[in-house]
Structure formats: C-alpha cells, structure tokens
Design a protein around this ligand. Structure first.
Ligand SMILES: [Zn+2]
Length: 304
C-alpha cells in the first residue's frame, strides 16, 4: 500500500508491521501494538507519538490549513484509534470537528467504553478540554500525551492527566450525573420503519449520550458504493462542546476510509427521541453544504 500517509522519515520496519491494520481504517489493533513492542521495543505511548503525523494527514482543513492529529488508547481492548480535525467551507465555524473529538468518536463508535490515554500534536484547546471532561474516563484521570522533542528523531513526550489541563473543572458530577461519555447506553427507542438506513440510525440513537436533555439522536448516511456510516449525538454538561450526530458520522467516515476520500453521500436518515431540543435543522444545514442534492429523512422515535 503506497497510499497510506506515512512521513518519508517513518522507519520501514515499523511501517511494514502497521500497514495491514491501517489499510482497513485508521486504527491499530492491540495485537499489532504488542507486535511492535515485542519486535521493535517501542512502547505503546511512544508508538502513539510517532503515529501522530499519520493521523494529522487525515485532517480536512480548507479554512485553517492547520492539521491536528490525535490518537486514543481504548481501555476496553487496548486498540489505538486515530482522529483528525475537519472544517466545512460555507458553514459556521461552530460546526468544526476537533482532532481529539474525532479520535474519541472513532473509539466510541468502534465499541470502546473508556480511554487510557490520548496523544495529540498540539496543545488541546479549551473546547476539547471541556469535551474530554465529559468522558467517564476523565474521573479516573486518563493521560494526555504531548510530544515535546523538537528534533525530527526526538520522540520524547510529556504525560499529564486531564486535570492538569483543566483544573477546577465543571463536568457531569456537578449536575448530579454518574458515568459519562462512552459509557454504555441503551435508550430503548423504537421506530416503525424497517429500512436499513433508518435501522442503523436507530441503533446510533440508542447508543447516543444525552443525559441533560434526553435528546437522544442518531444518524446514518449512505454513500454511492452502498457503505453506511452512523453518527451518535454526544452531549456535554456545559452544552456547547456537544457533538452533533452528523459531525460524528462525518468524523467516523473520514477515519474509516482511505485518507482524503471525497464525500459521496447519497442518503441520510436522522432518528431522534421526543425532547426539548432537536438536531434536525442544524443537520439539514450542514448536509446541504456537503451533499446539496440529499434530502434528510427525519424519523421521530418512540420510547418502548
Ligand atoms: Zn480542540
């Protein structure tokens, strides 16, 4: 595979071990991580730091040109999941996806229920610090890894808990919530439609996280080749860093396809619980910017 975005200086022996995993999506399985440890003596955290330029290559940044790469270590399996930032021309900046959000969303949608560490190639912004504070793992002090070596071959890094970056924080516990983002959810929503896209959106809605408003919501988007990607709503105690279902789907799509695959959405279905908020109008607006010919199908779910 020559289309994987390795920097020229990336060691060929490491590349060889990683290519089979990365060809299937931007993640590395725990068994491959173990192979890297055994054969090359590189520990998990150093591997995460070395791979940040690969994650950053997935960034879609038509506005800033600033490529963020993030990699998380899942606590459920020990797999590594990549993430990158995304910007949308012609739309409000508030819809941008940050690299950390992308990596966390990737792990969450692939079944992880927590994180042990997150590596990122630039200091996490305030928005991401607040977003990460919603994670159930935040209460257990998961670590943020930042490369601090300046030279090309210097992969030294710092390890600090989220509480270092976000002292005196406001989070779920302040609103009386236990658990947090990525903890297992099943909302027991149902719909009449048996359409596969609607059913995929329902599954995402049932796994979504909306403890503050009950606005559980999921989306499924189909591509011209028939592939379906789903997105889950992820709410935040401070409201604004909440992650919309369409952002979640686009971020997943970006990391599960070859680097910089053009958007090719042909259909989209949103399933939403009855709640005092709605994702419908924001979803329609952003969808019109990236897939102007696609009409959003909207389904209100019933509670079982
Ligand atoms: Zn950020």
């Amino acid at each position: 595979m020559t289309d994987l975005p390795f920097p020229d200086t990336f060691p060929p022996e490491l590349r060889e071990i990683l290519v089979p995993d990365l060809s299937r999506g931007a993640m590395i399985s725990a068994s491959t991580v173990q192979k890297v440890r055994d054969q090359l003596g590189i520990d998990t955290e150093s591997l995460m730091i070395r791979l940040l330029p690969v994650a950053a290559a997935y960034a879609r940044v038509p506005l800033s040109g600033f490529h963020v790469g993030a990699i998380v270590l899942g606590s459920t399996t020990g797999n590594l999941y990549f993430g990158s930032n995304m910007e949308f021309s012609g739309h409000a900046l508030s819809f941008s996806v940050h690299g950390e959000q992308s990596a966390i969303n990737h792990a969450w949608q692939m079944g992880e229920q927590g994180l042990l560490a997150l590596a990122v190639n630039a200091a996490p912004c305030g928005y991401c610090r607040q977003f990460m504070n919603e994670l159930a793992s935040a209460a257990h002090g998961f670590n943020i890894l930042m490369r601090d070596g300046a030279g090309e071959d210097d992969f030294s890094y710092s390890t600090k808990p989220l509480s270092h970056y976000l002292p005196e924080s406001f989070g779920p516990a302040d609103l009386g919530m236990e658990g947090g983002l990525m903890s297992s959810q099943d909302q027991s929503l149902t719909i009449q439609s048996e359409d596969p896209l609607a059913q995929a959106a329902l599954k995402a809605a049932n796994a979504s996280y909306a403890p503050y408003t009950g606005g559980h919501c999921g989306i499924a988007v189909a591509q011209s080749d028939g592939t379906i990607f789903t997105g889950r709503y992820g709410e935040n105690a401070a409201y604004n860093p909440s992650f919309s279902p369409l952002e979640s789907a686009l971020a997943l799509m970006n990391m599960r396809q070859p680097c910089q695959t053009p958007y090719a959405i042909t259909a989209a279905t949103l399933v939403e619980a009855e709640a005092p908020i709605s994702q419908r109008s924001a979803t329609e607006a952003v969808l019109s910017a990236i897939a102007p010919d696609v009409q959003l199908t909207y389904i209100k779910a019933n509670t079982r």
